[in-house]
Design a protein around this ligand. Structure first.
Ligand code: MN
Length: 291
């Protein structure tokens, strides 16, 4: 599949001058270790196209986050081996960090997150927490012989010495569950979000330090997010995710973020638009807290 489509800037707005921009979006149309449905290679293009329809004013934040300056970078080349692509992502993120900008990846499959986390750990050390919205734990040591599979991303985060906190979980292997128990990880299951009125406190209890937000769109319910490679029933709804983001970002530095695993469906705008809004809201919250 040819992913060399021209990408429009986020929100369809003119790019701000790099010197004043506070955030940089980095498209990474990666589609290599996909295990079920394909299509993540078109994720960035789908999200960016849909973003032109997103309202610039965010009613929850009571502001227009785009005014803080959001760059859209050229896409990271994804033709090489997975390890090469992850290296290129790391370089691209490191460049934004060096310039003091918030880096935000647009995937592509979840593997892209590894590049961002490596860049951040090199720049500031591992004293931050990866907050991950995801139906899956992604804690396998390897999957189909591949340690950089999308199914292993949070295991690689643990290898980097990072704390990881999941929300919206509802699918994992027995081995992953054993690791959760062994390490005392605290994934917040989607079922808890739906049933436990104190889920929000529990999702963020004991968090220390800055956060990195990794948003796998399959954390959302497939009713509003069908366009993803491995959809799972019982996901979070829009307001639950917004509440989680709002609480997660309040009073915390957000060191970076990504949105991954969007696999656009032909003729179906809902998922692409929802992903674009989710990215815009997360960016707005992160930038507001940095302002
Ligand atoms: Mn997932």
């Amino acid at each position: 599949m040819d992913h060399s489509v021209n990408l429009i800037p986020f929100l369809g707005m003119p790019l701000p001058p790099a010197e004043t921009a506070r955030a940089a979006l980095i498209p990474v149309p990666l589609e290599k270790s996909v295990s079920y449905g394909g299509g993540t290679g078109l994720g960035p293009a789908g999200l960016l196209m849909a973003s032109a329809q997103v309202e610039l004013y965010d009613e929850l934040l009571d502001m227009e986050p785009y005014a803080l300056g959001i760059l859209t970078r050229p896409r990271v080349p994804v033709r090489g081996a997975l390890e090469e692509v992850v290296d290129l992502v790391e370089e691209a993120v490191a460049a934004e960090l060096a310039a003091g900008r918030l880096p935000a990846l647009i995937g592509g499959e979840h593997t892209v997150t590894v590049g961002a986390l490596r860049a951040l750990v090199k720049e500031r050390g591992p004293d931050f927490t990866v907050l991950v919205l995801d139906a899956h734990l992604d804690l396998r040591d390897e999957y189909e012989g591949n340690p950089l599979s999308h199914a292993c991303v949070m295991r690689r985060a643990l290898d980097l010495g990072l704390a990881v906190r999941h929300v919206g979980s509802r699918s994992c292997s027995a081995e992953e569950m054993a690791l959760v128990r062994e390490l005392g990880l605290k994934p917040l299951w989607a079922r808890q979000v739906h049933k436990d009125p104190e889920w929000l406190d529990k999702a963020l209890q004991g968090l220390r330090g800055p956060v990195y937000l990794s948003l796998d769109v399959d954390g959302l319910d497939p009713a509003i997010m069908p366009a993803t490679g491995t959809p799972e029933p019982g996901g979070l709804d829009w307001d639950q995710v917004s509440d989680w983001l709002l609480a997660a970002c309040r009073g915390r530095e957000v060191v970076g973020l990504d949105i991954v695993e969007l696999a656009p469906l032909p003729g179906q705008a809902l998922s692409d638009f929802t992903a674009a809004r989710l990215l815009y809201r997360a960016l707005g919250l992160a930038l507001k807290e940095r302002a």
